[in-house]
Design a protein around this ligand. Sequence first.
Ligand code: GRF
Length: 178
Amino acid sequence: MKSNKKKLSFLISGRGSNLLEILVRNTKLNYFETYSIVSNNLISKEIKKFIKNNNLNIKLYENKSNLRLSYFKNINLIFSVGYMKFINTKLINNIKIINLHPSLLPKYKGLLTHKRMLINNEKLYGFTIHEVSENLDGGKIISQKSNKIKLSDEIYLSSMHKNLEHNFVYKELIKYLN
Ligand code: GRF
């Protein structure tokens, strides 16, 4: 029988801690199907192990510097969760793409968000999930979560930030899919 669940693909570049958290939660709750994971680097051993141990049928594309349409067959949505490269126009025009950005947009588009926030004595940190358009970090905002910055230290802020993402990104994704 054909499932009517939405099919998603994920784009990552680094460790993929957010992606792993999403996969763990979705394996329990089963809100959507994961079709593929595409990275411009290697996909972490942790993610591969989780996929194997849970018998998940997910296509893995590693070390791919070009995002080909064939990596995303018949999917409903691409979620870029820590993908550090530009996404080509062809993909943006063909598939709905959303991105997780580590600041409260429209403030701090681009890189080094935490460093710049601390220099400017910002009171709040947080993440934004937004639609991907051709303007970098400029698409429609879908959801944001924030918290108070309690210490002006980049390592501390980065770890608080990851906790906030790990706690809320999956929930916000599910709200968006419904
Ligand atoms: C996240 O903090 C996300 O906001 C940003 O890149 C980071 C990815 O971290 N876009 P990880 O690979 O999920 O650990």
